[in-house]
Design a protein around this ligand. Structure first.
Ligand SMILES: Cc1cc2nc3c(=O)[nH]c(=O)nc-3n(C[C@H](O)[C@H](O)[C@H](O)COP(=O)(O)O)c2cc1C
Length: 161
């Protein structure tokens, strides 16, 4: 029995995820997009994955890049998360960032409360997305007291304690 795209998306909308901005280096400068489809894959060696829609404008550059950085976004970063999801926006124009300690990884955003800097080890095309696997080569440990921005039910949410 097949499942409609709308039913699939309605159920996925109930999965709460930490909002990340995945960045990389390209020949035209830094690139990045807001991503909720991020997960841990392996601890030894440390590997994570991100899923990126084939229609994303920077997908070719993301695939060509030697690595990427997963920036964990804090609860007060809704505007930045939307900036990195807005077509045609100047995403790095007013964004503070610095190079990752790993040469192959992407920019580390000043607003990120933690990050994984990665070297790409595998790229898999599946359905309408690319899955990019990265071996973690450096981390930014969480800042004290920071809380994540969450994506749930097609909107931003915060973690309650
Ligand atoms: C909260 C949030 C989570 C998102 N998660 C993903 C994701 O996991 N994968 C993806 O490909 N796009 C995701 N997007 C959409 C991309 O950020 C957006 O399509 C991309 O930045 C468009 O880039 P373009 O204008 O260069 O095509 C998400 C957007 C938002 C607001």
């Amino acid at each position: 029995m097949s499942v409609s795209a709308n039913d699939f998306k309605d159920v996925m909308a109930q999965v709460a995820t930490t909002v990340t901005v995945v960045t990389a280096k390209s020949s035209d400068g830094p690139i990045g997009l807001t991503v909720s489809a991020f997960t841990s894959v392996s601890v030894d060696p440390p590997i994570v994955l991100v899923c990126i829609d084939k229609v994303v404008g920077t997908i070719e550059a993301m695939l060509e890049a030697p690595g990427f950085t997963v920036n964990m976004m804090p609860e007060d970063s809704e505007d930045e998360a939307m900036l990195f999801a807005t077509h045609g926006a100047d995403r790095f124009g007013s964004t503070k960032w610095q190079d990752a300690r790993s040469p192959e990884a992407g920019p580390v955003l000043a607003s990120a409360f933690a990050y994984f800097a990665c070297a790409t080890v595998k790229r898999t095309e599946i359905g309408d997305h690319w899955v990019i696997f990265g071996e973690v080569t450096a981390v930014g440990l969480p800042k004290d007291g920071s809380m994540p921005l969450v994506w749930h039910d097609r909107g931003f949410a915060k973690v309650a304690r």
